[in-house]
Design a protein around this ligand. Structure first.
Ligand SMILES: C[S@@+](CC[C@H](N)C(=O)[O-])C[C@H]1O[C@@H](n2cnc3c(N)ncnc32)[C@H](O)[C@@H]1O
Length: 255
């Protein structure tokens, strides 16, 4: 059986999700991440970008002087990342792999681990999502930090829209959304017609968490939450987390 997360992250993802993180937004996120790294880590830091995609964040952090490793399951996105790194003349260590089982040799190797733009909660089994946090804790040095940036369950429930639409690249995308309050799974189907009039679709199902649940999960993995933000932009203290923020950013420390 193929899972949606083995299927989605190719050229379709690049096209349909690029507008959600345009260059200006990425610049804001990088500026905020650099501030967090400066506050909590010796400089330059050994940083793991977990589920790094096409290197949207890994590359600018490496350009800023950090030693960056990017891990992702998608060979397609990693190839895009490698070619962007080549063009920028920046060195990043790229690793293809699954976030639940990081390389054995990475134990206590990193000052910081990042998981950005909703790259968490992909597995149907709760134990698998918890396993990702256990792996993050294993590869962090004691005192190292984990920065988690994801959609926030309470906001989705508060503003729930079972159907939705928006435009991407002048294409009208119709969305059907379901939320299972028992499992916490949010399922989205996107449908659109491409420029040739061909019907296209994509699908994903993500386990959504609120701050309460994530706090318990992080603590169970030996990661103590230090700071909660509603948005990753500087100055961070102007973006405190509030209950119905659509996003949640947690900075947690490996004990
Ligand atoms: C929404 S994208 C976020 C990418 C990147 N963090 C960013 O901020 O642009 C989610 C990423 O998770 C990766 N991914 C999905 N399942 C994975 C898995 N089991 N292990 C590692 N990476 C995975 C995808 O290939 C994709 O690059």
């Amino acid at each position: 059986m193929t899972h949606w997360w083995q299927d989605l992250f190719d050229e379709k993802y690049l096209r349909m999700f690029a507008e959600a993180r345009p260059p200006m937004r990425t610049e804001q996120e990088v500026e905020a991440l650099l501030a967090v790294l400066e506050q909590h880590c010796d400089q330059p830091a050994d940083v793991l970008d977990l589920a790094c995609g096409y290197g949207r964040i890994a590359l600018p952090l490496a350009l800023a002087g950090h030693q960056v490793t990017g891990l992702d399951l998608s060979g397609y996105l990693l190839n895009a990342a490698k070619s962007a790194a080549g063009q920028a003349g920046v060195s990043v260590t790229w690793q293809e792999g699954d976030m639940r089982t990081l390389p054995a040799g990475w134990t206590a190797q990193f000052d910081a681990v990042l998981n950005m733009f909703s790259a968490f909660g992909y597995f149907d089994e709760a134990a698998d999502n918890q396993q990702v946090l256990a792996e993050v804790a294993r590869v962090l040095r004691p005192g190292g930090i984990f920065i988690l940036d994801l959609a926030q369950r309470d906001a989705l429930v508060h503003n729930f829209r079972p159907t939705d639409w928006f435009e991407v690249d002048d294409l009208l995308v119709c969305v059907s959304r379901q939320f299972d309050a028992i499992t916490g799974s949010s399922t989205e189907y996107w449908l659109w017609s491409d420029e040739q009039g061909e019907r296209q679709s994509l699908y994903f199902r993500v386990h959504l968490y609120n701050a309460t649940e994530l706090t318990s999960m992080l603590q169970a993995a030996g990661l103590e939450p230090l700071e909660y933000y509603g948005n990753l932009a500087t100055p961070l203290d102007e973006n405190p987390f509030e209950p119905f923020n659509s996003r949640l950013v947690i900075v947690a420390k490996k004990l």
